[in-house]
Design a protein around this ligand. Structure first.
Ligand SMILES: [Zn+2]
Length: 290
């Protein structure tokens, strides 16, 4: 744990917070508050001090150790709450119901679904209070419908959770993910001009934040361009574009990764069709308009 601002602790996830782990934030106060529970076993030391657990979104790598916090109240944005409370909604939100899920859970280190009951449903702009600090809920949809970051106005600090500033770039592979919302949410963060930022999968930084956010958004433009280049040569189906592995580079024979890639490619194509840069025939062949 590292105190990055007085009373605000960055809790580093195992394996540098790489999936299936994630970084957390702990905020001191009589009502000690923890954002996300994907750090790993080290979180156990925070159980006695944590009165409230706030979840950034429904993904398992951010909620994996909710069960440790038996005495805490739980909060999450209202749009993602069903995916935390109920297995059926989790599978629907994630698109994972069609897969051999046991094999998938083994692959991602056993973070299988366990329901959590939610005490508070959050909305954009809500204030969370620990008695020492207050932090504002920033609804940043796109990654999931209810994905949120948290703003400490007094410090100009944002915990941006899965607008995660990794080199991989934005991830929107669930049926409930939305590419255009993701772009807008990055824009919303840039407009705030944070002085310090940390995310669920990258370390806190105060340097060149705006250019890091801009570079992260540019990954989306590059994916658009790769798809456009491919279908400029000849019309292709969604499956053919998916097999080019523009997002994941390899699927390692994992049908779940291929599925996520297909979801993301589909969202690019839909957005390019909307702005008339791409047309699609009735038999599902995509081509670039000139
Ligand atoms: Zn996520």
């Amino acid at each position: 744990m590292r105190e990055i601002r007085p009373g605000v602790w960055f809790v580093e996830g195992e394996n540098r917070g790489r999936y299936p782990f994630a970084h957390s934030l702990f905020v001191d106060g009589e009502e000690g508050l923890l954002i996300d529970t994907g750090v790993g076993p080290a979180l156990e030391s925070l159980v006695p001090k944590t009165r409230q657990v706030v979840l950034s979104h429904f993904h398992r790598d951010h909620v994996a150790r909710n069960h440790l916090f038996t005495a805490a109240r739980f909060a999450v944005h209202q749009a993602d709450a069903p995916g935390v409370e109920n297995a059926e909604h989790f599978y629907r939100f994630s698109g994972l119901s069609q897969f051999n899920i046991e094999a998938y859970w083994r692959m991602v280190s056993q973070i299988k679904f366990m329901p959590t009951s939610i005490d508070r449903y959050l909305q954009d702009g809500d204030l969370l209070d620990t008695g020492r600090h207050s932090l504002r809920v920033l609804h940043l949809p796109g990654h999931t419908q209810g994905h949120c970051g948290y703003l400490f106005e007094e410090y100009g600090f944002v915990f941006a959770t899965d607008i995660d500033l990794t080199a991989f770039g934005p991830w929107y592979g669930n049926p409930v993910s939305d590419l255009e919302q993701f772009r807008s949410s990055i824009g919303k963060l840039r407009a705030l001009k944070p002085e310090l930022i940390a995310t669920g999968h990258s370390m806190p930084t105060a340097k060149n934040i705006d250019s890091k956010l801009a570079a992260y958004a540019e990954v989306l433009d590059r994916r658009d361009q790769k798809i456009l280049n491919a279908i400029s040569e000849k019309p292709l189906t969604l499956a053919e574009i998916t097999d080019k592995k523009f997002v994941y580079k390899r699927h390692n024979g994992q049908e779940v990764l291929r599925y996520f890639e297909e979801q993301m490619v589909r969202k690019h194509l839909e957005s390019l069709v909307r702005i008339k840069m791409v047309t699609v025939t009735s038999d599902g062949l995509y081509s670039a308009t000139n």
